[in-house]
Design a protein around this ligand. Sequence first.
Ligand SMILES: [Zn+2]
Length: 339
Amino acid sequence: MKRGLFVIAFLAAFSFFAAAQHIPAAPNTPLDSAAVDSEGDELEELDDIDVRATQLPECLAGLFSHDTLILGCDLELLPGKIIVRTKDGDVVYKITPQSLLDTALMNHHPADSIYRFNWTDERVNPYGTLFDSIKDDVRVPMDGFVLPAPGYVTSPYGWRRNRMHKGTDIKVQVGDSIRSAWEGQVRIVGWDPRGYGYFVVIRHENGLETVYGHLSRPLIDEYERVPAGYVIGLGGNTGRSTGSHLHFELRYLGEAINPANVIDFATGKLKNEKEYVIGIKAMKQAKAEQAAMKYHKVRQGDTLSGIAKKYGTSVKALCRLNKIKETKILQIGQKIRVR
Ligand SMILES: [Zn+2]
């Protein structure tokens, strides 16, 4: 991953906004002169760029902390590399609105305005606190939807064996076509042996991202743009999976949405063909509840009443939380949810 390239992309993104909002362009002055060795250096090789925020217009200064550019996450640009403009080895780069506008356009990924130009293949959710900054409900247009795979649901979204199952499992056979739910651009083609197996993450123009797990074979590459319904891989049984199935996730800014709220898997149709409204308040509440959850690992001699006492709760509450009976025999090493 190239941290430096992210810097340029971030600046490009901001310049793009700046240009659009008629904010005065950044000065054409060198921002740093120490980091470059020779003409034609590429920014990806310059990991730490110190820039004085005072040299920058307000719209860019927000990206700096203690004179250092904030590197929120890593980013890899399109295969076409961006060469830093250096002259006689004394300029790292100049912020010129036109060149940055070109750069921003060149790196246009779907829903960039929502994702603030975050594009990385490192994690399914690399977005940090971006979701938390949304206040109002989000209306997501649904047009162009194609069912990723026909098949019955084998396991729904929700809590399962003390962990959150963030997608819907759909029965498929090894080798079945798995299709992109909307048009979009492939952000990750990954291999996660203890989880998703072979998986694909696609970002869509409507702001959603979809995840397709346990594939036997992905058939696309990262950065590839795909139309809705495009076969992005073949169904399989890779990773943490027993029996071939598609693990399908719907996410918005990294946060998982229950696919069954959006898609009626019995008919293969959308519940609302026009739009889906993401209830931000409810999602934040569910997220807070998940964060507040606490587990106790059962040790020799533990009893439900002992555990309840230890955590200031009741046996009844423990049984409800864990969907167990009061007569349940605890296993050493078992995790009991206590909050
Ligand atoms: Zn699953």
